[in-house]
Design a protein around this ligand. Structure first.
Ligand SMILES: Nc1ncnc2c1ncn2[C@@H]1O[C@H](COP(=O)(O)OP(=O)(O)OP(=O)(O)O)[C@@H](O)[C@H]1O
Ligand SMILES: [Mg+2]
Length: 382
């Protein structure tokens, strides 16, 4: 029978205690527990290992945010009060990513105030900075770069955006810079950039119908907005790419540890395996897999079949329905546990050297510091 025990055990405390580890990135498919894991690891690093820690959360659930003292998006880390750091001397700071403000800051850093104001006023920028697919991923990277550059923390724990695919986080910077200096976009915008009509007629002539269709679909006003936007961004293309590349290099450094989070479900585990493969290609250090929300029966020694048979026998005998129900519930849980182990084993077979750890599904959502502490302890002492 495949067993999760086949994988080496992930020792989270060793990672959290290691002064050489300065960045932990929690990634994985949507809804698997990235934000919870990031916050739990950061809390544990501060409370148990005395590290000055900052956690960058992305779209945390409202109650979790509140319990970390995050009441609004303000894009700067705030110290979390009321945690147990007296003995360890650690600190926990937390922030929620404000994607639009982060984008604005990048623009401000790369251009003069007048040009920046022009960009901010552009409707295309306004739409893109808050809704463009990948902007959130890119800005999470950007923010990580900024926090790292400040050098104020022993450990930065980064949550990643609720993308459908975990890979979006790694692909976003390249996609965004491709978009920003996309040849098609440049061609379409040529009239504004050359300041004359000749280029535009040339494009119109060569693209004929295409250009007309684009104008019709996008509208003339949007094209003008777009051209203003790209003209203003033009000088920053190098800057954007350069920053993304810098952050990429940080992610490849030995000071970084990726923690892959997956639910014990086929899709999430498949996603985790893609991601692990991709990290290997990119030479980014994968510390291990956290298999979150696994089910464990109270008496693992009693297997599903024995339990089901006993329940049937009791029913035959009559008068023991409550006990029979408990046995049936146990049988269902035991079957689920086996299924989950089989799913997890697919990852372990593909990546036998990657350590993993299972975290039991809690009876309720994790939305306060106590809940995070419980998860942190479960990750460390499975
Ligand atoms: N081990 C667990 N036991 C019980 N509930 C959990 C556990 N881990 C996470 N949860 C709950 O599952 C929900 C999703 O978790 P979380 O928000 O951390 O996932 P996520 O991967 O960040 O999701 P998204 O991709 O949407 O950002 C939350 O309500 C959280 O409290
Ligand atoms: Mg999340």
């Amino acid at each position: 029978m495949p067993s999760e025990d086949a994988a080496p055990q992930l020792d989270v405390d060793q990672i959290l205690a290691d002064p050489g580890v300065r960045i932990i990135v929690c990634c994985g498919a949507g809804g698997v527990g990235k934000t919870t894991t990031a916050a739990a690891l950061a809390l544990r690093a501060a409370e148990q290992h005395g590290r000055r820690t900052v956690v960058l959360t992305i779209d945390p659930a409202r109650r979790l945010a509140q319990s970390l003292g995050l009441t609004e998006l303000d894009n700067t880390p705030r110290q979390v009060k009321g945690i147990d750091v007296e003995a360890s001397g650690g600190e926990l700071h937390a922030m929620m990513l404000d994607m639009k403000r982060t984008f604005d800051d990048v623009v401000l850093q790369h251009t003069d105030p007048a040009k920046a104001a022009e960009i901010f006023a552009n409707p295309f920028y306004q739409a893109m900075s808050s809704t463009f697919a990948g902007t959130q991923e890119y800005m999470a990277m950007e923010k990580l770069g900024q926090l790292h550059a400040r050098g104020e923390w022993d450990l930065i724990v980064v949550d990643t955006p609720p993308s459908r695919s975990a890979l979006d986080f790694l692909d976003a910077p390249a996609r965004l810079s491709r978009f920003l200096d996309g040849r098609m976009l440049r061609l379409l915008l040529a009239p504004a950039r050359t300041g004359g009509r000749s280029m535009f007629s040339l494009v119109t002539a060569s693209f004929g119908m295409f250009s007309k269709v684009v104008q019709k679909v996008l509208g003339a006003q949007l094209l003008t907005d777009l051209s203003g936007f790209v003209a203003a961004l033009d000088s920053m293309f190098g800057g954007f790419r350069q920053r993304a590349e810098q952050t990429y290099r940080i992610l490849q450094a030995r000071e970084t540890a990726f923690v892959l989070v997956a639910a014990p479900e086929p899709d999430a585990v498949r996603e985790a395996a893609y991601f692990a493969g991709r990290l290997r290609e990119e030479k980014m250090p994968l510390a291990g897999l956290v298999l979150n929300r696994v089910h464990r029966p109270a008496v693992p020694e009693l297997d599903a079949e024995q339990s089901r048979a006993a329940a049937e026998r009791l029913t035959e005998l009559g008068g023991h329905e409550a006990t029979a129900d408990v046995l049936r519930a146990h049988a269902a849980l035991a079957r689920q546990a086996v299924r989950e182990q089989q799913v997890a084993a697919r990852f372990t077979e593909a990546f036998p050297g990657v350590p993993s750890v299972s975290v039991t599904a809690q009876p309720a959502d994790v939305h306060d510091v106590d809940g995070l502490r419980t998860i942190g302890a479960a990750i460390s002492r499975p």
